[in-house]
Design a protein around this ligand. Sequence first.
Ligand code: CDP
Ligand code: CDP
Length: 227
Amino acid sequence: MGNLTHLSIALDGPAGSGKSSVAKQLANELNIHYLDTGAMYRAVAFAALEKGIDPKDAATVESLLKATSITVHFEQGNQRVYIDDIDVTANIRTSAVSNAASDIAMHPSVRYKLAEMQRAVASQYDIVVDGRDIGTFVLPEAEYKFFLTASEEVRAKRRFKENKENGIPSELEDLRMEIKQRDYNDTHRELAPLKQAEDAIKIDSSDLTLEEVVGAIMSYVKGGQQS
Ligand code: CDP
Ligand code: CDP
């Protein structure tokens, strides 16, 4: 797995727990990179949907993975994801891709390949990495590990609000069901399921603002850096 000579912060948790918003702000405040690993699963899912491949079909997804090049670049500090030299960053945020990514993420071949890429990126930069298995599987030796949670109700409401603000029509009940299904998939897969690492600090953000969560994490990271 290699030695991490750079600062690494692992941020795991279920969908809507606030990982990406928190990670973005942390990366900004600490002036470090942010690797969004979910975007990589989403990119593979997008490629599968484009080619009419069933994301649950392990053998066909594996062939797709062998025939496809997935890369991550940082452009002005912002992550871009490419599939065969095509920038798909703007195409991977739909509900269809979210659900397909959740199915794609069950296949060990996908997880091994993406985890290896994630370790390679983390070895190059001071970085905050968010996902489901960063503290347990991708970077078990990360310097800081946080596990973000929030109730299912709160997470569905956050997504609903986000969609509304972005002009995306959605029903709260549908979002709640989607989150339930993705939680189930994430916690029940065989390889690297969503689970709090033993040495991770748990933060329940149900009643916390984004700023409060970032503040809590910053106090650990700054305190740790001084000691
Ligand atoms: O933003 P949200 O939490 O809804 O999802 P995401 O982080 O973009 O991840 C998309 C999907 O990829 C999730 O439903 C997870 O099942 C999967 N994923 C994973 O299995 N492992 C990771 N390290 C990151 C994402
Ligand atoms: O990446 P993940 O799916 O874990 O969550 P996110 O996309 O960062 O957060 C989902 C939504 O919840 C965003 O619109 C955030 O602004 C919001 N949020 C919040 O209202 N309060 C928090 N403590 C964290 C996130």
